[in-house]
Write a protein that binds this ligand. Structure first.
Ligand code: ADP
Length: 357
């Protein structure tokens, strides 16, 4: 018994020490205890809180649909949920966005359980992030116009040069052209990421032929890269229902990463395989590879693996995030396998349009 009391005091001490609001609920979702940070943050006191059902607290201010979903559905299936975002307008403290970490702890040989709910107020971070995103979108938008005019002048100069035939100048100009294309790609990435964030990302679906797409991607690759050869296998004769340009963007992005992160290899493989209801693309490289701990993070916004040398001017860590969102919009899946030092294989699958016969 003494041991139990000691254990209880010990766990209470842990709960109190945590600086973030934390509440412990029983199986019926009644508050067993909460820490000081919880009472201070939400302007409630211990007497009005302990023993109460979470949804009844402070004039039902915690009766939030997303929280119900978390506590009644998601936590039934999972033992823990991290970073579950909830935005709610609280009567006393105003509109807040919270990141919730919840954990179900089984007690007394499965007879009952407790729920630990840690609440992090991320309102401020979200606001800062929004200001940053707005700024990036605005700047990229503004930069597109002068860049378009630079591109137009490059074309005029190219035409003039082809008449005079000055090879040296033509080589310089084609360098300027390549760099302005790169700049354009970077701006497009920033604009895409901004649109995704604000839910304005546009997908225009149509039916297109897969072999045509592969052919275009292959020929683009051959004109863009001289350092690597593309080995292309499989060309299933199927139709895809989707945004042709966006799907091409996914492939081009995976291929450009494959080249970028395999500077010493000289080849990249693109495999396309027809499955029952879908088609799977695999872009394989023989480059630096990705550490196991980074595999799940490479699709996150702004993520760049530590330890890989990045030319800061040429990469934002947005390409895979955008690719993953495009694939998601097409009801497909994207994943990666990699061995550090040996290379990586990025896969994505898209549903194929079934022919009506
Ligand atoms: P970036 O513009 O930095 O390449 P991405 O979103 O395309 O951004 O990729 C995110 C990160 O994932 C990269 O910075 C890199 O560290 C890692 N990565 C992506 N593709 C590969 C690859 N083929 N091989 C090794 N690492 C890769």
């Amino acid at each position: 018994m003494g041991q139990l009391i000691e254990l209880y005091a010990y766990s209470q001490a842990i709960v109190e020490t945590i600086r973030e609001p934390l509440v412990v609920l029983d199986k019926e979702l009644r508050v067993k205890s909460a820490n000081k940070a919880f009472y201070e943050k939400f302007h409630v006191n211990r007497e009005d809180t302990e023993g109460k059902h979470i949804y009844e607290l402070g004039n039902s201010q915690w009766d939030i649909p997303e929280l119900r979903l978390l506590l009644e559905k998601i936590l039934k299936k999972n033992f823990f949920v991290n970073d579950y975002k909830v935005t709610h307008d609280f009567p006393l403290i105003g509109k807040k966005t919270m990141a919730l970490n919840a954990r179900r702890v089984i007690l007394e040989g499965h007879k009952t359980h407790l729920i630990l709910l840690a609440i992090e107020d991320i309102t401020y971070q979200q606001e800062i992030q929004k200001i940053k995103d707005d700024f990036i979108s605005l700047v990229s938008h503004e930069l597109k116009t002068p860049l378009a005019s630079i591109k137009a002048y490059i074309q005029v100069l190219e035409k003039k040069l082809s008449e005079t035939g000055d090879r040296q100048l033509a080589a310089y100009l084609s360098n300027v052209d390549r760099q302005s294309n790169k700049l354009n790609e970077l701006l497009n990435e920033l604009l895409d990421a901004g649109e995704l964030e604000f839910g304005r990302f546009n997908i225009k679906k149509e039916t297109f032929s897969l072999p045509d797409l592969i052919e275009r991607v292959k020929s683009d690759f051959e004109t863009t890269y001289t350092s690597h050869t593309l080995i292309q296998r499989g060309r299933p004769d199927v139709q895809i229902q989707g945004d042709k340009n966006r799907v091409e963007q996914v492939l081009t992005n995976l291929l450009s990463n494959a080249v970028k992160y395999s500077p010493d290899s000289g080849k990249v493989v693109l495999n396309v395989v027809r499955e029952k209801d879908s088609v799977t693309f695999c872009v394989k490289d023989y480059g630096v590879g990705i550490a196991k701990s980074d595999l799940s993070k490479v699709f996150e916004r702004y993520y760049r693996s530590p330890g890989v040398s990045h030319d800061a001017k040429k990469s934002f860590g947005l390409g895979l995030y955008i690719a993953a969102e495009i694939v998601k919009e097409h009801d497909g899946e994207i994943w990666v396998k990699s061995t550090p030092g040996k290379g990586s294989s990025f896969y994505f699958s898209l549903p194929v349009r079934q022919s009506r016969q």
